[in-house]
Design a protein around this ligand. Structure first.
Ligand code: NAP
Ligand code: 8YV
Length: 312
């Protein structure tokens, strides 16, 4: 375990395996060198980078069990070429992240954190808070209509909002309008929600052209990955009122958040808390453990990523 993980993972693995807690070693690099030849599994948290150089260090490595559904910090294609299994934690967090996304959207449109600050500062005593924008009458576009994207769409259907989406493929199980280009989607909607994974393909695809297409009433919400957005272009679009506002749970260089965003009153910023409830983080941790237990019991992985499919 290179970085500290929740107790459910530490305890669950200590019960079953010899757990090497790299983060507790006074000299982590020396400790890694010392134990590298024995390591057969890695429990990965804290978005530790797993690239070819990392894999080179562990000649007997069979499986990387990662905490989180997104695994953009793992070179999974390289793991696949080496026959190393990679697992993630899908599904157990879908509803939690979808709930948070809807909360963030409402908070952004109705300015809930700003309104809360207004009351605490005693300003209600002077005059009522100014009127805000509305969700009513808006169209929603989802970038990345996967597990979480669909759960967000189902919730927003209940709000009476029409949904459309962009991804590489049309989804067979939904009847929402599909847009083959992201700019086309942005042009057609006034709320754009990104739930797409980080990858070379998605890097900075939400760019200045997309913000221009979204337009001056446009709201951008990002719960996917910060790398999907050209962040300087987002800041410029917010500064110039090319779009109305943004609600962000993910950023380009976490946990550092650009001062320009922090200084803007018309954005809502969350410190990557989409899945961060006690119950959901526990379920994610348990799945990290269960993948390793299943693998070393010879039963295969429970939730392998697409790049390392399990062949029995
Ligand atoms: P998923 O089921 O794999 O869905 C991902 C969606 O993104 C798919 O519909 C996929 O559709 C689309 N996509 C992939 N590559 C694309 C590309 N190049 N261009 C456009 N669309 C693309 O994953 P999920 O479980 O919904 O999770 C989605 C992401 O949410 C994770 O990868 C993670 O980054 C993020 N996340 C964030 C939090 C948080 O705390 N903020 C929590 C959990 C997850 P196509 O294959 O058709 O393109
Ligand atoms: C986690 C996430 O907070 O699952 C993901 O992809 O982004 C979040 O659920 C994160 O991966 C753990 O640090």
């Amino acid at each position: 375990m290179p970085a500290q993980m929740p107790a459910v993972v530490v305890d669950g693995l200590e019960n079953q395996f010899r757990l090497l807690k790299v983060w507790e070693a006074p000299d982590r690099d020396a400790f890694m060198r010392e134990v590298a030849s024995e390591v057969r599994g890695v429990a990965l948290g804290g978005h530790t980078k797993v690239d070819a150089a990392f894999m080179d260090r562990f000649p007997k490595l069979e499986i990387v069990s990662s905490f989180g559904v997104g695994y953009d910090y793992i070179d999974a294609a390289e793991a696949g070429r080496r026959g190393i299994m990679v697992t993630n934690t899908p599904d157990v967090l879908t509803d939690e992240v979808a709930d948070l996304t809807v909360g963030l959207l409402i908070a952004t449109v109705r300015q809930l954190p700003q309104v809360d600050r207004y009351l605490r500062e005693g300003r209600w005593l002077e005059k009522p808070y100014p009127l805000t924008a509305t969700l009513r009458g808006r169209k929603v576009g989802i970038l990345g209509l996967g597990r979480i994207g669909k759960a967000v769409a189902r919730r927003l259907e209940g709000f009476g909002l029409p949904i459309s989406y962009h991804g590489r493929n049309r989804q067979a199980d939904v009847s929402y309008d599909y847009y083959p280009t992201l700019a086309g989607l942005a042009e057609a909607v006034d709320i754009l929600i990104s739930v797409a994974p980080g990858s070379a393909e998605t890097d900075k695809i939400v760019n200045a052209e997309v913000f221009r297409a979204l337009g001056p009433d446009g709201i951008f919400v990002n719960v996917g990955r910060g790398s999907v957005v050209d962040e300087p272009a987002l800041i410029e679009a917010l500064r110039s009122k090319t779009i109305l506002s943004a609600g962000l749970d993910v950023f380009a260089d976490e946990p550092r958040v650009s001062k320009e965003l922090i200084d803007m009153e018309h954005v809502v910023l969350l410190p990557h808390v989409g899945s961060a409830s006690v119950e959901t983080r526990r379920a994610m941790g348990q799945l990290v453990v269960d993948n390793l237990v299943s693998w070393f019991a010879g039963k295969g992985p429970l939730t392998p990523v697409a790049e390392t499919p399990h062949r029995r």
